[in-house]
Design a protein around this ligand. Sequence first.
Ligand code: UD1
Length: 416
Amino acid sequence: MEKLLVHGGRSLRGSVRVQGSKNTCLPVMAASLLNAGISVLENCPDIADVAVMQEILTYLGCVVNREGSTLIIDSRDACPRKIDDTMSCRLRASSVLMGPMLSRFGSVTAAKPGGCDIGARPVDIHLEAFKRMGASWSIGDSCIEVSAVHLHEGDIYLKFPSVGATENAVMAAVLTPGTTVIENAAREPEIEHLCRYLKLSGAKISGEGTNKITVEGVESLSDVVYTVPPDRIVMGTYMAAAAVTRGDIELIGCCASDACGFFDVYTGMGMKYKNTAGGIRVWQTDRPRNLNCIKTGVYPEFPTDMQSVTLSVAAVGEGCTLFEENIFENRYKIVKPLNDMGADISVDGKKAVVRGVDKLHGCALKGTDLRGAAALFVAALGAEGDSGISNPFYIYRGYEQLITNYRELGAEIEEI
Ligand code: UD1
């Protein structure tokens, strides 16, 4: 089995371009079904999740070509096929195909979505939104079938501001006659990015980035060229790596506001920063100072996707931090491996108390989800000695050219 061997303790230094955002690219790829035309998507990350979405779109009859970091999707001949479970179980974000397929074909049959084992991840809020637009559904052992003779405008109130449900509701509404209003919508930047793609192709949407989004249905969408913005969680992972290695990294293509919700946490822990011509330079000279409390929440609160890597930073911080995970229940699976490395973390339900230790030591580690595996990688970069990380494919799901990029910053990593 493939492993990453990390020789820890090297300070990371240099410049790195931050890849395009996974969580923007995936819903935008799904939305490309809506224009029944050509979408040229620039700056798409070359990661496993994008490759799986590409496979699913091809299976649905789209022609998808990659030229460097540009994906060209021709969705003219897409057809309504059941989304194969061997594909969808590999990708939680396959659930965002439901809105576009329902809109374009009037029905969608999909295997229950897969992806990271970080919690139950139901889709009831997505289905409730479709229902408000006239759809009905049935759920079998492994499949969900959603259909509507005619979707109609709807007033939708999401019981929780789910990112995926907001994306699905917007995508189902853009070609639906009338005005659909989505309240208690998610406000994450990825929603704004998706709406920007849709508006560039002719959709009429307002209010994205607030908790009330209004979509006026249009008859059709047209061909579009769109550039995927930088990935804020990949940016944050570099920040965490800089924090644990006392590093100094220029993040090309990013700015502080991309890290809204966690930038203040990192500067609070002692990270310094300076804007540069190409992005932002971040560096950490002293041991991170642990903050009293870090609670995950919906945007603009601290993102759940940054919780695991930040746990790795706090593990070697000075003082004690209380973490509270309010979005996904299984995010603390990495506590045991971190403790095996010498961390002092105790978990009680959604709370974890981290008592910072001076140093972690390398040991055998195993990834079980994307961000958790990335957090173990970060911990290994800062640890004394060697760590072998098995299941590195979890990290490759979201991080492009991980080994090359981190080696260029001075990390010593081998693939074995
Ligand atoms: C997206 C991101 C993920 C991020 C998460 C929260 C993508 C591909 N993934 O996931 O990286 O961690 O937002 O920022 O963009 N929920 C329900 N019922 C539903 C839908 C969600 O109960 O129908 C619950 C979930 O179990 C979870 C919470 O709502 O506890 C948040 O989920 P949601 O915002 O939907 O996250 P995703 O869109 O799956």
